[in-house]
Design a protein around this ligand. Structure first.
Ligand SMILES: CC(C)(COP(=O)(O)OP(=O)(O)OC[C@H]1O[C@@H](n2cnc3c(N)ncnc32)[C@H](O)[C@@H]1OP(=O)(O)O)[C@@H](O)C(=O)NCCC(=O)NCCS
Length: 343
């Protein structure tokens, strides 16, 4: 008797990004406002980070709300209907409900039917991680189109009295539709993690520890601090500059593309000095436009690459069909880089 065999699954031969969209909160926080919380200067913040202002979400600009706005734009640009979406991946570290995943609410409100929907936690590499999963789903035959969202309300995790982080983080959402393609539109993802450096960027305290403390000091008059993001800036800076430039080069090599063939370089908007150092390390020709969205958006973690991508396309700095090198890196530590065709 022959053994029963599972019917093979076949998906699209290639995938690409069909549409991208972003949402920026209404409220602008200029450096002058940050100076009300920390001892610093506009000049220091600009020269050390490249940031002039950031957006912070208001009460109505929830993780779901911002995601739905961004996704709506990406879906419209892709020219598909929400029912065609066969997967919703939301990358965030600032959605405060442990379960259910915020992705299911977003899928439902967008009209994605019964599409599988789940959240991932990969910090500033989250968009790249999501893109890699979506690419696999489309080519593996488990979805025709996948919605990838990077969304953060990092203002909720920012300690305004912390000089090393108060000026860096911003809020926003970015979304992309990944679907079938006749030609390769997403190169090999070079991704990874280094848990030995997990403490470099981390939440000050786990929620259970904070709550246990809250019980212990209840009524004792001690001030309780909401957990926030803490960062050891210098080692993160060195890691990003030295190690991430190598990862970016590996993504170029894996795609068979040279730096001069790029139509855009869209690194995670962590710090303008990190971007400048990577440009040098990669020997990126001056003719390649570089995303510098951080100046007006701050560091929005998982949202930063799609937000910067949308801005470059809207401003005409980059064009549909161009090749872009994207690289995300951050808390974990985690990273993900790939060459993609711009939608
Ligand atoms: C955060 C960061 C901008 C700080 O810059 P830095 O040069 O490393 O700053 P340091 O902590 O070494 O401090 C240098 C000096 O600036 C001062 N300083 C620190 N924070 C300051 C602030 N907010 N305003 C003004 N001065 C500040 C320090 O007191 C120190 O002064 P001193 O030389 O008189 O002692 C930088 O480390 C960085 O960009 N790291 C990477 C962070 C990042 O991109 N994270 C995102 C990854 S996802």
């Amino acid at each position: 008797m022959t053994k029963p065999q599972i019917r093979p699954v076949s998906g699209a031969q290639y995938s690409r990004i069909h549409g991208v969209g972003g949402y920026r909160p209404v409220r602008v926080i200029p450096n002058s406002e940050v100076l009300e919380w920390i001892d610093s200067s506009d000049e220091w913040i600009r020269t050390r980070s490249g940031i002039a202002e950031r957006r912070w979400a208001g009460p109505d600009e929830s993780v779901a709300e911002m995601s739905i706005h961004a996704a709506g734009k990406a879906i419209a640009q892709a020219g598909i209907t929400p029912e065609q979406i066969g997967g919703v991946i939301v990358s965030t570290v600032s959605h405060f409900k442990q379960t259910p995943a915020i992705a299911t609410e977003i899928a439902e409100r967008l009209g994605c039917g019964t599409a599988p929907a789940f959240d991932i936690s990969a910090a500033c590499a989250g968009f790249g991680y999501g893109l890699g999963l979506a690419d696999g789903m489309v080519r593996g035959g488990n979805a025709e189109y996948v919605l990838v969202i990077g969304v953060e309300r990092l203002s909720d995790l920012t300690d305004r009295s912390d000089r090393s982080t108060a000026f860096i983080f911003g809020d926003g959402a970015g979304a992309a539709i990944v679907g079938p393609s006749d030609t390769p539109g997403i190169g090999k993802l070079v991704w990874g993690s280094d848990g030995s450096q997990a403490e470099l960027i981390t939440q000050t305290e786990a929620w259970d520890t904070a709550f246990a403390k809250s019980d212990a000091v209840n009524g004792a008059g001690e001030e309780l601090k909401w957990p926030a993001l803490r960062m050891d800036g210098q080692p993160v800076f060195r890691w990003a500059v030295w190690e991430m430039a190598k990862v970016a080069q590996q993504a170029l090599d894996a795609a068979g593309i040279t730096a001069d063939q790029l139509g855009a370089f869209i690194p995670h908007q962590a710090n303008m000095r990190i971007t400048d150092a990577m440009i040098k390390a990669l020997k990126l020709p001056e003719s390649v436009p570089v995303a510098r969205d951080i100046a007006e958006t701050g560091n929005t973690s998982a949202a930063s690459i799609p937000l910067a991508m949308e801005r470059m396309l809207e401003s005409g700095e980059a064009h549909s069909g161009d090749l872009a090198l994207i690289i995300g890196f951050g808390a974990g530590l985690v990273y993900a880089a790939a060459v993609v065709t711009l939608p």
